[in-house]
Design a protein around this ligand. Structure first.
Ligand SMILES: [Zn+2]
Length: 447
């Protein structure tokens, strides 16, 4: 079987992931993502109304024109989880391919919302749900399997293509978590089996976001414990308390909801993306508290903040958007004094998020924190663990899978260097079996 991997996007940056695997005449596309920082850097860009080619020129979505060089039929578009750097380009690119989008339930719902918001293109691809542990036929020689992984959003999987030449494991995005707060633990047992059964693993593509970090990424239960301890230590504070986190991080949002109630505050989710992600999760089989109060529209948010001020802000925990200091997010607007929520000296702001290391975020977050501090707020920041593997996690994956060929992804060259070190210590060599690719490259694995 002839196998070829096209690294379409996300091989020179973190963001706009897209990879195509051709097995003879059958092609599977993994991820179709957005590079959000390339969008945010322009003021007032509304991607909903933009054409694909303009977004490609901006570096915001993958340049999929290389796909015309592939000789075969697209069988499926498979986003691995619901983060925008993996699904955000589906409304702009998927309609060009006559193939279903296949993903886990939460991811599919988020894709459905993305498509609904799209103004420019009429996206008609079938949306097909597949759960972790399930398989699907791709042509007559290959089977695709979803293996359960753990990440900073729920329902993440790693797809595996079982071909006659061996398995192709697409490893984006994950950390190894045996105690996730929501969902099943990381399925290391299955990865070990895949590494040893049949022809073994022909090729492994890896999430290198944190490849330069040594050690092991802690479990979500560690962040949950720290958050619990922080909030309990503030139990007697009788003023304002506000929390922010990644809206798509359902496990973290769930912990915030639970601990707010434990310390006698009513949690209210505020902000468009808070309502979107948690709202979507409540419609699925996700273990969340009943009747969560949440508002996404400006008027409803204003009304809710009015009520909080009137009834006494010591009785509430608004959980809001703005963990990266995004200029138009609610927490930033609160910091600028644009809402009716007033901070008093000593009020608490909990950032249950790290800063995504990127100059725009760093600047925005600095500004947001300064504005909050100027109003007297006390900042509790970085109550968080990353959703991505560090070096020892990468080592463990190589040990489990023993792949013949390796393709690191989801980073720029500098970010990939740590992965090269880890892979070298396992015996892989750049140019031989460790392939540092670029956007738009086609790598032939078997003939
Ligand atoms: Zn992700």
């Amino acid at each position: 079987m002839e196998i070829e991997i096209t690294t379409v996007g996300g091989y020179e940056e973190v963001g706009r992931q897209m990879t195509a695997v051709r097995m003879d005449d059958d092609i599977v596309i993994f991820d179709m993502g957005l590079n959000l920082s390339q969008v945010l850097i322009h003021d007032n860009v509304q991607t909903e109304r933009m054409h694909s080619l303009d977004l490609i020129d901006m570096g915001a979505i993958p340049d999929d024109r290389v796909m015309s060089e592939l000789d075969g039929e697209i069988k499926a578009i498979v986003p691995t989880h619901g983060h925008l750097d993996h699904i955000g380009a589906i409304p702009k690119l998927a309609h060009r391919y006559d193939a279903p989008v296949v993903a886990t339930p939460f991811t599919i719902e988020l894709v459905r919302e993305q498509i609904r918001d799209e103004d420019k293109f009429d996206v008609q691809n079938d949306l097909q749900v597949m759960n972790a542990g399930e398989t699907m036929r791709i042509g007559d020689k290959t089977e695709m399997e979803f293996v359960n992984v753990t990440h900073s959003t729920i329902d993440a999987i790693n797809p595996v293509l079982h071909t006659p030449e061996g398995a192709i494991v697409y490893g984006l995005d994950k950390r190894i978590d045996h105690n996730p707060v929501l969902g099943d633990p990381f399925d290391m047992k299955r990865f070990r089996e895949i590494g040893r059964e049949g022809e073994g693993v022909l090729c492994y593509l890896e999430d290198c976001t944190n490849a330069n970090r040594k050690g092991r990424t802690p479990s979500e239960s560690v962040a949950r414990k720290e958050l619990h301890d922080t909030m309990l230590s503030l139990e007697d504070y009788d003023g304002g308390m506000v929390a922010t986190t990644f809206a798509s991080h359902i496990a973290r949002v769930s912990s915030l909801l639970e601990f707010a109630q434990e310390i006698g505050r009513k949690p209210i989710l505020l902000g468009r993306s808070m309502e979107k992600y948690t709202g979507t999760a409540t419609h699925l089989d996700v273990d969340l508290p009943d009747d969560i109060e949440m508002y996404g529209h400006r008027r409803a948010i204003d009304q809710s903040l009015n009520r909080i001020m009137k009834d006494g802000k010591e009785n509430f925990l608004p959980i809001v958007t703005g963990h990266q200091g995004e200029p138009r997010a609610l927490l930033t607007r609160m910091g600028r004094g644009e809402t009716n929520y007033d901070f008093d000296n000593g009020d608490k702001v909990i950032f249950s998020a790290g800063i995504i290391p990127e100059p725009t975020n760093e600047g925005n977050r600095y500004q947001s924190e300064r504005l909050l501090k100027m109003q007297g707020a006390r900042i509790y920041d970085d109550i968080h663990v990353s959703g991505h593997l560090s070096q020892e996690g990468h080592y463990q994956m190589l040990d489990a899978l023993q792949p013949k060929e390796l393709i690191p992804a989801h980073q720029n060259l500098k970010g990939l260097s740590g992965y090269v070190d880890t892979a070298n210590s396992f015996g892989y060599e750049v140019g031989r079996d460790l392939h540092i690719s670029r956007n738009g490259n086609i790598l032939q694995l078997t003939e």
